[in-house]
Design a protein around this ligand. Sequence first.
Ligand code: PLP
Length: 345
Amino acid sequence: MVADYVGAKHAVATVNGTAALHVGLLVAGVQPNDEVLVPTLSFIAPANAVRYTGAWPVFMDADPIYWQMDAEKVKDFLEKECSWKEGLLYNKTTSRRVKAILPVHILGHPCDMDALLELARKFNLVVIEDATESLGARYKENRVGRLGDVGCLSFNGNKIITTGGGGMIVTDNEEWARRAKYLTTQAKDDEIENIHHEIGFNYRLTNLQAAMGCAQMEYLDEHVDAKRKIAQSYKNAFQNLSGFTSMSEAPWVFSTFWLYTVLINETEYGMNSRNLFMRFAESGIQTRPLWQPLHRSKVFEKSQSYKIEKADTFYRDALSLPSSVGLCESDLNLVSGVVKRCLAE
Ligand SMILES: *Cc1c(COP(=O)(O)O)cnc(C)c1O
């Protein structure tokens, strides 16, 4: 069902989205000591998955308008910081082979995939899409997850559809799909005799979760629709509010607005994102900052990052507002009421 939905030839279910990323990287040929370009403004799972393979993330900035992996800076990095040796691309600073780009479609909005795919072709890199936050979103005519060489999805409790926990690898590459199935099911070379030629993983989705996933798939479009309505409602409520910038949708994409997020300019709004976070909490409303940019994380202090400027300010200014599909108009009014009261003060 998922393969059909995203328009990919194959799909392999996994225990969660992080496992999908781990195995997605492995089947794409990422090896120990390779490098993978990862956006710094993301949940940590994709960068962790890179480390599980023994490869290293190189962190890229967020673009100034849509907050996604900045394709311009990726281009700069590949052109200026890398060189070819015997048909392979190497990072001049670390001497490691640059193998892949891992764009993460954050918050329901697709990355600029045409630009990234063109760079991948030019520099002979594979593209592993982290579409875990954005199932249902489209870039031009195609759904996220099938834009790169391999796509990864999550059905965690907080995603657009859920199996409690769960994930999926989607790809058009039959050999990679077969290998993903093999690696996620303990690498069985003979199921009867239990013969194994490789170290595999128990990364299966259970049948019980899969059954729930089938039922959830029936709601997917409805959920996307609900998220988009919530986004429209917030957008209307915050129009002309000084110091308050709502997330936007590029004209060439269809975003799911998975988590509706705003940027707060402290000088203009009179309060910063963390103060507003506290004010929401006092009103019994849960909001969330974005993730600490990954290049700031202690666990990645040995990883390179390239010209990061925007991600830090987005981290400082961003707040994700309640976006559950079950929210009704009065819930949304409660949220915008707090925002307007704080501004008035
Ligand atoms: C949720 C998420 C994941 C991981 O999914 P799990 O199913 O929780 O393992 C990976 N990447 C991003 C960007 C996510 O938001």
